[in-house]
Design a protein around this ligand. Structure first.
Ligand code: SAH
Length: 265
């Protein structure tokens, strides 16, 4: 296994100045998730990164994320292990970061927002979930704490391999990494309680709708028509519920995701 550089001292200094104050339910559920996560703390630095992460979680809660399970999972997965060593200082900032091959790891704020939407106020774990766009594997790891089975597809071989490497230490038996074109979904794992996409296309591929369980929910960035006179459209977050009565679609806030592309490379 590739040795990750240790957590930088500069973050610990920041931390000392800004100790997180108690966030009640959030911290309780974080502690719970932490004990159920097979993640080994990075040697000698677990406490430091844990506290910086707790601060990130506190900010997410302040931004309006209320789902304690989501906050707990965000507190448990070490985001700094999924970014290049040169970017470790920024691992717990609410920013997207490059992960190679022109792709990015999503902002923690967007990840937690989408996961909260995906869970849709459920109290327990979701069933089987499909993720389109594994990238570096960060969101897949967070998802694995919130669902019984996670299937995550990536179309770029280089990132699929990188995610496998990044995730090895966590040993998550319910996370299945797949190399392929996620626009086709993954029929073998269907039907899914939820489908979540980390890349945005012109429209939601029919395969995703077909593979969603009745009662299931899809959360994905999609292009929306541009304002009159403007060239092209912009992306917005789409929530699609498959109800016994049919599909119900809700378009939410503007987002900025990398494009959904067909085929593999
Ligand atoms: N959730 C990821 C975010 C990665 S960015 C993380 O935590 O790092 C989105 C990813 O979607 C990119 O890696 C991109 O290659 C991938 N992608 C784009 N179109 C895809 C497709 N059709 N099938 C699978 N992956 C796709």
């Amino acid at each position: 296994m590739k040795q990750r550089p240790s957590f930088p001292a500069s973050l610990n200094a920041t931390l000392a100045k800004n100790r997180p104050s108690a966030v009640g339910a959030v911290q309780v559920s974080m502690a719970k998730s932490a004990t159920t996560t097979p993640a080994a703390a990075p040697a000698g630095h677990g406490m430091e990164s844990g506290a910086v992460r707790a601060r990130m979680v506190q900010k997410l809660a302040a931004q309006g994320v209320t789902d304690a399970q989501v906050l707990g999972a965000m507190g448990a997965i070490e985001r700094h292990r999924f970014v290049d060593s040169a970017l470790i200082n920024q691992a717990y900032e609410d920013t997207s970061l490059p992960i190679g091959l022109g792709q990015t790891i999503s902002k923690p704020g967007v990840v937690s927002r989408m996961l909260e939407l995906m869970r849709n106020s459920q109290s327990g774990k979701l069933g089987r979930v499909l993720e389109i766009g594994t990238g570096c594997g960060y969101q897949a790891a967070v998802l694995s704490l919130l669902a019984t089975e996670v299937y995550s597809i990536e179309r770029l071989r280089g990132l699929h391999d990188k995610a496998r490497e990044n995730l090895r230490y966590l040993r998550l038996p319910n996370l299945h990494l797949l190399f392929g074109d996620g626009m086709l979904g993954y029929a073998k794992g269907a039907p899914y309680a939820a489908i979540i996409a980390a890349a945005g296309g012109e429209a939601v591929p029919q395969a995703w709708v077909d593979q969603l369980a009745v009662g299931g929910r899809l959360v994905a960035p999609v292009m929306t028509p541009g304002a009159p006179g403007s060239a092209g459209g912009s992306q917005a977050l789409l929530v699609l519920d498959k109800t016994p009565q049919g599909l119900r679609q809700t378009v939410l806030e503007a987002v900025h995701f990398v494009p959904l592309k067909s085929g593999v490379a």
